[in-house]
Design a protein around this ligand. Structure first.
Ligand code: SAM
Length: 279
């Protein structure tokens, strides 16, 4: 592929901040991301935001098939050129947030996600896969370094939050590499990191996923308040009832929500469900 800047200039492309467009052209980094993701000739990859197709080409070289979802139609002529010799790539133009995931999964079969995610949609995209995906084996995504640390945080640390608790229930998250802001065009204001989330079926089973989400919301409702206070407010119950509920879940009421492990949250979630707080 010709130099990224040359191709973009040829088609008069201008970067759109609202789409989080920070492209990568560094060959070593692109190869490293594909390797971190564990892409091989049997893998179907879903890429979100192919941009000018630099990562897409690398994935195409190692994968069986790549389906790439791109919101910006002005990239179409550029992708037509950069992916002209990649017959195993299909580009779909549209907003991934509006994609019908069950339909897409029917088409993909078992797949993995690999993406240099636009910063503005990082958390909703990752949460969507954690909560809705049925055939996704893993996600390998480049995100802001601070967000990567939040995804992989340990219970009790200041970075541990609702997203961490949601991801830790369904899989194992780790940072595979840190990436300098200098490797992006245009250069963003923050450094990035590649995070890999391997889904583990039935890692922490719960009676209701909705109840788990509610338990997580309870725990992080107000980070400065005790869990007992948060449970009182979220469930609209008395202090005594909140104390009783937490005692049954074998959880101290005076702790802060962020100290609860995903297993603690699962026990609380099951009780909330069994006792009718969640329908
Ligand atoms: N993969 C390319 C690379 O690494 O150079 C581009 C990455 S850039 C950070 C994010 C890409 O996602 C952009 O091409 C942007 O247009 C696209 N994008 C932003 N929002 C999107 C959405 N909601 N659905 C699909 N693509 C989106």
């Amino acid at each position: 592929m010709a130099e990224l800047k040359e191709v973009l200039a040829k088609y008069g492309f201008s970067f759109k901040k609202q789409f989080g467009q920070n492209f990568i052209a560094d060959g070593n980094l692109l190869r490293a991301i594909a390797a971190d993701a564990g892409v091989d000739e049997n893998t179907t990859v879903l890429e979100i935001g192919p941009g000018a197709g630099t990562l897409t080409r690398e994935l195409s070289a190692c994968a069986k098939k790549v389906v790439a979802y791109e919101i910006d139609r002005t990239l179409q002529p550029i992708l037509d050129e950069t992916l002209a010799d990649c017959p195993n790539v299909q580009v779909i133009f549209g907003d991934f947030a509006k994609a019908n995931l069950p339909e897409l999964e029917k088409q993909l079969g078992e797949y993995i996600v690999v993406a240099n995610l636009p910063y503005y949609v990082t958390t909703p995209v990752v949460m969507r896969f954690a909560e809705e995906a049925k055939k996704c084996k893993r996600l390998t995504v480049m995100v802001q370094e601070e967000v990567a640390e939040r995804f992989c945080a340990q219970a009790g640390s200041s970075q541990y939050g609702a997203v961490t608790a949601a991801l830790a229930r369904v899989g194992e998250c780790r940072i595979t590499r840190k990436v300098s802001r200098n490797l992006f065009t245009p250069r963003p204001n923050v450094d990035s990191a590649v995070v890999r989330l391997d889904f583990i079926p039935n890692k922490i089973p719960v009676l209701s996923e909705k109840a788990y989400r509610f338990a997580v919301r309870c725990a992080f409702l107000n980070r400065r308040k005790t869990l007992e206070n948060n449970v009182m407010h979220a469930c609209r119950i008395s202090r005594e009832q909140a104390k009783e509920l937490l005692a049954q879940a074998n959880i101290e009421g005076h702790v802060r929500g962020e100290t609860l492990s995903p297993h603690d949250l699962a026990r609380l979630s099951d009780l909330l469900y069994q006792q009718g707080y969640i329908k």
